[in-house]
Design a protein around this ligand. Structure first.
Ligand SMILES: *Cc1c(COP(=O)(O)O)cnc(C)c1O
Length: 388
């Protein structure tokens, strides 16, 4: 009789993530007629109108398999980024690419390194591939602590994930900070250092003056991967399409492990259409910035602690257990994301929705927290605890 366990310890330890509740589920469970979802950092105004046209046209060819070589979309991305098509790999969302990267490159007995308080897919990807993950705490400003991370790098550190801007904190690392980190870690290796994955899911939202030049980092350091997605600013979360930019040596191996039809036909044509409409993208980003700053000020006025965000969401610290606030918002049809699993029980992550949605959120919050909406000098209900 075999004594082999059914699954690895890593797989056994996986806690399936709870995604933002779908709108239909909230309607079913709470009988709210028009719930709003501020839980998954989706684009509230949706994709470019060009997407509907392209998807409609492609409907007649759905009997055929998708283009497994993903020729047209890679060419369009190549034109946009200046990276050659051979160095672009598409995924079923960048989530799939995270898993494929670990699958291909994180060899047995090596490990993944990232931060606490970051995108949960890095941990899940490591666990699903039966690999270890090492993390360091966030720094006192709520961002990645790159010095602490660099200290954890050993010859067995195979892959480092950095979300920039970070989800759920919204914090941004500068090009200088990333460059310094690279110098520190690479000097620990005789040949090439670990594969550094810069996850730029919120790249389009960042002020270009503050955005690190990750393409230059990639050009100078072949063991670098840039991940971007059509799920956020491009408004295509439902179609699942993300992309990775990487050197030949890396893209070759991802193409070995990915399934040929990982990105479906509609996702490919929709992404091309979305890319072609940079006017819509700019409108989305401008609208987001304006609404985000407005919401941040409104919540600060109510005594919440909120660090500046460079993305399309805010991490809101209520200075008290946020789970009951989450639950009461849910019962009123406002879906946010509790942060207990990220070790931040006092916080909710709130996506920047439409102004009408944000107004509804605020008035529901005022009721839940017992704040008087008409009182201009809103009394802070409880000063948010500043984390040491
Ligand atoms: C949303 C998000 C992604 C994108 O996931 P997709 O699979 O492309 O939808 C990737 N990384 C981070 C940090 C994110 O927040």
């Amino acid at each position: 009789m075999s004594k082999l366990p059914l699954v690895s310890d890593e797989v056994a330890a996986i806690i399936p993530p709870v995604p933002g509740k779908p709108i239909e589920e909230v309607t079913r469970e709470y009988g709210v007629s028009e719930p709003i979802k501020l839980a998954s950092n989706e684009n509230p105004i949706g994709p470019s109108p060009a997407v509907a046209v392209a998807v409609n046209e492609a409907l007649s060819s759905l009997n055929h398999y998708p283009d497994g070589g993903q020729y047209n979309l890679k060419r369009a991305l190549s034109q946009k980024t200046g990276v050659r098509p051979e160095n672009i790999v598409l995924g079923n969302g960048s989530n799939e690419l995270i898993s494929l990267l670990i699958q291909a490159f994180v060899l047995p007995n090596t490990h993944v390194l990232t931060s606490e308080g970051t995108f949960i897919a890095y941990q899940l990807g490591a666990q699903a591939n039966s690999r270890a993950i090492v993390t360091t705490p966030l720094d006192e400003m709520g961002g990645y602590d790159l010095d602490a991370m660099a200290e954890k790098v050993t010859p067995l550190t195979r892959m480092v994930f950095i979300a920039n801007p970070n989800n759920p904190t919204g914090s941004l690392l500068s090009g200088k900070q990333i460059q310094r980190f690279i110098e520190k870690i690479d000097q620990k290796f005789e040949d090439e250092g670990p594969i550094l994955v810069l996850d730029e899911a919120y790249f389009e939202y960042v002020d270009p003056a503050l955005s690190p030049n990750s393409l230059a980092i990639l050009a100078a350091r072949p063991r670098t991967v840039i991940l971007r997605t059509f799920s956020k600013a491009y408004g295509l979360a439902g179609l699942r399409c993300g992309y990775g930019l990487m050197s030949d040596g890396l893209s070759h191996h991802i193409n070995q492990v990915r399934t040929p039809f990982n990105v479906n036909t509609l996702a490919q044509v929709a992404a091309i259409a979305a890319l072609s409409d940079q006017t819509s993208l700019r409108r989305t980003c401008k609208f987001n910035r304006h609404n985000r700053e407005w919401l941040r000020n409104e919540l600060l006025r109510r005594g919440c602690l909120i660090r500046p965000s460079h993305a399309n969401f805010l991490l809101v610290d209520f200075g008290q257990d946020a789970q009951p606030i989450y639950q009461q918002l849910l019962e009123r049809g406002v879906i946010t994301r509790p942060m207990g699993v990220y070790g931040m029980p006092n916080s909710l992550r709130i996506s920047v929705g439409l102004p009408s949605e944000l107004n509804r959120l605020l008035s529901d919050l005022d009721q839940i927290l017992g704040l008087n909406d008409s009182d201009d000098s809103v009394i802070p209900f409880k000063r948010a605890n500043r984390r040491a």
